[in-house]
Write a protein that binds this ligand. Structure first.
Ligand code: DTP
Length: 242
């Protein structure tokens, strides 16, 4: 028996920092990092082509630079890498665990659809044909994989768009420099609608009743051990009742 939980939250809210905290805290917890490095480095070398030089492209950069052209492509790639992540077998060291092991992901195929892809569609960066195609294969794949791709819970790291904007500026990831507060506000609303207000129309039954742990990420938790302990206690209690 294994439990699967995703960490959700706006861009730069601190999911990776939080994920590391979890990784170091629980012996029965395995955190699988978000595959962002893959999106920044899409391998283009086809093994069949003689003498091909290794080359790669930065799909994250392309998407932010020309969203109308590249959003749909980006969504196919990010969702595929998340599917792979969710399907990854449990780490060997957790197989013998006496407790209930928990696999934790940074975001999920569900936030891909109900946060990012939906937002891109509403912004007009994905047109209605692309949106129909996306939704068709997304539903098909999630249904086909069944319980293997279902979550038992969600941790929502919640902070204001302003705070996320500040953290985004501080981390200085090159591709994200053009992101405006307005974009983070839209993503924030999408998180709130999906996880708090429950007004987002979802297409998978297990999502409707999925337990959500809301954590206040407004406070800086990176260096404050008191805050970290408090967060970890909440997570431990949450995992226990899933
Ligand atoms: P953290 O909370 O750790 O700071 P983050 O920067 O939001 O995390 P990500 O590594 O999740 O974490 O995201 C990397 C970038 O990719 C970021 O600019 C947001 C973007 N992104 C992720 N998923 C999607 C998606 N499905 N569509 C569009 N952009 C996405």
């Amino acid at each position: 028996e294994i439990k699967r939980v995703s960490i959700e939250g706006n861009i730069a809210v601190g999911k990776s920092t939080f994920a590391k905290l979890l990784q170091n805290a629980g012996q029965d917890w395995e955190v699988i990092a978000e595959p962002v490095s893959k999106w920044r480095n899409v391998d283009q070398t086809t093994p069949t082509v003689d003498g091909a030089q290794p080359s790669s492209s930065n799909l994250l950069e392309m998407m932010y630079h020309d969203p109308k052209r590249w959003s749909y492509t980006f969504q196919t790639f990010s969702c595929m890498s998340r599917m792979r992540t969710h399907l990854q077998p449990l780490a060997a060291r957790l197989m013998q665990s006496t407790g209930t092991p928990v696999q934790v992901y940074e975001r999920s195929v569900y936030s891909d659809r109900y946060i990012f892809a939906l937002n891109m569609f509403e912004l007009g960066c994905i047109n209605s044909t692309e949106w129909a195609v996306y939704q068709d294969w997304h539903s098909f794949l999630v249904e086909q994989f069944g319980h293997r791709i279902q979550l038992e819970g969600i941790i929502y790291l919640r902070a204001s768009p302003q705070t996320c904007m500040e953290r985004l500026g501080r981390r200085g990831r090159m591709e994200e420099q053009g992101i405006q507060l307005d974009y983070l506000e839209k993503l924030h609303t999408k998180h709130e609608d999906w996880l708090i207000n429950k007004s987002t129309k979802v297409h998978f039954e297990h999502l409707v009743k999925l337990p959500v742990l809301v954590l206040d990420a407004e406070v800086e938790f990176e260096k404050d051990t008191k805050v970290q302990d408090d967060l970890l206690t909440k997570v431990t209690d949450f995992f226990r009742v899933l």
